[in-house]
Structure formats: C-alpha cells, structure tokens
Design a protein around this ligand. Structure first.
Ligand SMILES: NC(=O)c1ccc[n+]([C@@H]2O[C@H](COP(=O)([O-])OP(=O)(O)OC[C@H]3O[C@@H](n4cnc5c(N)ncnc54)[C@H](O)[C@@H]3O)[C@@H](O)[C@H]2O)c1
Length: 306
C-alpha cells in the first residue's frame, strides 16, 4: 500500500512515517519544511521514503506528487496558535485552502481513503468536561477556527465524492522530536530542565490539559487506517482521557528528573483555554483505540532520552 503523508517531515509526521515504513508501506512525504528540515528526515529517506518538497497551497504540486497513492494522511498545517492571532489569513490559507487542495488532489488522483489531523482547539473553552465529539465547538483562536472550517470541508468532500474519511481531533501530543519553535509545554519544560533553568508557567498553573504520548497517537492512525471503510468524515477525539494541571505537570517532571528548579508564574496567555479533557469512548468503540502510556511513564522515557 502506498501512503501519501502531507506534513510528513514534522514532529508527528516523521514518527508516523517511521512506523509506516516498519509495516512495509510505501511512503511519499510531502512537506515544505516550514517547520521541519530535510536533514531531520534523512534516516526515513535512507529507509525508502520518497520526498516531494512542496506546498499544500500550490494545488498542482500536490496533484502531481500524489500519483497512485492508496491513502492520504493529511497532517500539514500552520500550527502556531499565537501566530494565527497575528496572521489569521496565513493560517486560513494553509489550514483551509491548502486542505481543500489536498482533498481536490485526492479526487483527481482517485485516492479514496483519507485521514485528516484536526485538533481539540475546535472545542475552545469547554462548557462541560470531558468533551465528547458532539460537545459544542467554539474555537477561541483563528487556528481553532481554521481546523473547524477544515473539518466541514473534509466532510463535504468525503460525502460528495464517496471518499472513506476520518478526522482525528488530537489533544496535546508530546514526545521526542517536537520542534523548539512552536513546542508544547512538555518540550519547553524538558529543555529548561536539561539546561537547569527555571520553569515558566503562564497563569497560576491551574489550567489543565489532556496529554497523549506520540506512540499512542501513531497507534490511533493505524487504527484509523484499519477502520476507514464507509466513514464519511467522522470525528474522533484522540487523547488519554485524563487531565493534569500545568502546575502538577511541572512538579511531576521536576520530581522525575530529581531537580529542584524554581517555577515562575507569568501573566496568562489570551489564546490559552483553561481546561481540557477528552471523552475517548467513541474512538475506543469504533477504532479500537486504547491509549497505553501513562503520563508518568511517557515523561520518564522522554526525560531519560534527553
Ligand atoms: N502536536 C500537537 O500537540 C497537535 C495537537 C493537535 C493537532 N495537531 C495537528 O497535527 C498535525 C501535525 O502537527 P505537528 O505537531 O506534527 O506539527 P509540525 O509543525 O511539527 O508538522 C507539520 C508539518 O507540516 C509542514 N507544513 C506546514 N505548512 C505546510 C505547507 N503549506 N505545505 C506543506 N507542508 C507544510 C511543516 O513543515 C511540518 O513539517 C497538524 O495538522 C496539527 O494541527 C497537533
């Protein structure tokens, strides 16, 4: 089977491509390296992944690159929430218009199976926890708005063209290989711990997040591949189903690393929601998705690697 992965050089894409190659899939990585590098994926290229450097906002280049792929996994996106506030049109251009190009190219190339990366950001500040797939969607950032918009186009394309399609709403993913530039809080804390610097928390540390290890996220993609038949843009929460406050997270990481570093509290960020916790029953039931790695276990592994 040939798999076309947009954003395949990114944090999550590169880990996914490695696992696809292990399962003997042929892989085409389509990426413009705006938040990654060719050097980083050279081990994947050495193992047989094909690279097409290109931008999803350029329709023709995707149409040509997709070739005779059997399945498209669409991960490429402009992911920086703060940047989306400063440059909403750029985020929209990549995440909505670029995604439409990917779907059009799938139709043109008769690629009838698509898995698309969405985000918990579509929910905004939840009214009730945990959030399930039919909870209200009220994104607070242009990034979240762009993902919600993308979801709607995905569903229309899937329904109008009979494409088997699944949307995965990822919560906070952590793991090795996340780029420094737009790193999540775990990557930032890890860097400071390794450099013996204080940890900075925006707000009072009571905000909560549902963190999921990259290895469990990769499993969710394989489960989605196995369960695509007949789906027309169904959304699934992909998360651990547990939440932890940012203060507890900092304390846990300091205790695992056995370091006594100061925690500094700064003004909260406007684009930060307060609480996040997913209900993952639908993914458990329909995708057979069962996250295996506890936060403590995942952090211990990550801090050991560092
Ligand atoms: N990391 C998380 O916690 C998280 C959470 C929710 C959703 N997601 C979603 O998962 C997907 C992957 O996220 P990630 O964390 O690996 O991000 P990432 O930035 O590491 O990876 C995205 C990749 O897409 C590429 N890219 C960006 N714009 C492009 C364009 N116009 N054309 C071609 N390639 C382009 C980047 O160079 C990068 O390699 C994204 O769609 C993101 O919105 C991630």
């Amino acid at each position: 089977m040939k798999v076309f992965v947009t954003g395949g050089a990114g944090f999550f894409g590169a880990t996914l491509v490695a696992s696809l190659l292990k399962k003997n899939y042929q892989v085409i990585i389509f990426d413009n390296f705006s938040n990654s590098s060719e050097e980083k994926i050279s081990p994947l290229l050495a193992k047989g992944a094909k690279l097409v450097e290109g931008d999803i906002t350029d329709y023709k280049s995707i149409e040509n690159a997709m070739d005779d792929s059997d399945i498209a996994i669409h991960l490429a996106a402009s992911i920086n929430v703060e940047d989306s506030i400063l440059n909403p049109e750029k985020t929209h251009n990549v995440n909505v218009d670029g995604s439409i190009n990917v779907f059009r190219a799938c139709v043109a190339n008769k690629v009838r199976k698509i898995i698309v990366a969405s985000s918990a950001a579509v929910y905004g500040e939840p009214e009730n926890l945990p959030v399930s797939e039919n909870s209200p969607t009220n994104p607070i950032s242009p990034y979240g708005e762009s993902k919600l918009n993308m979801e709607k186009y995905t569903q229309k394309f899937s329904q109008n063209n009979n494409l088997d399609c699944i949307l995965l709403r990822f919560f906070n993913i952590y793991g090795a290989g996340q780029s420094d530039a737009y790193a999540g809080v775990i990557t930032k804390f890890m860097k400071n711990i390794s450099e013996n610097k204080l940890l900075v928390i925006f707000g009072d540390g009571s905000n909560t997040r549902d963190f999921i290890a990259i290895e469990d996220v990769i499993d969710s993609i394989h489960n989605a591949i196995s369960n695509l038949d007949g789906k027309r843009g169904t959304c699934y929460n992909i998360a651990s189903g547990r939440h932890v406050s940012i203060k507890e997270l900092a304390q846990l990481m300091l205790s695992i690393s056995d370091k006594k570093l100061e925690i500094k509290y700064e003004l909260p960020k406007k684009s930060d929601i307060h609480h996040s916790k997913a209900n993952i029953d639908l993914a458990k039931k329909e995708l057979d998705f069962h996250p295996k790695i506890s936060l403590k276990e995942g952090l211990e592994k990550l801090l050991k690697l560092n």
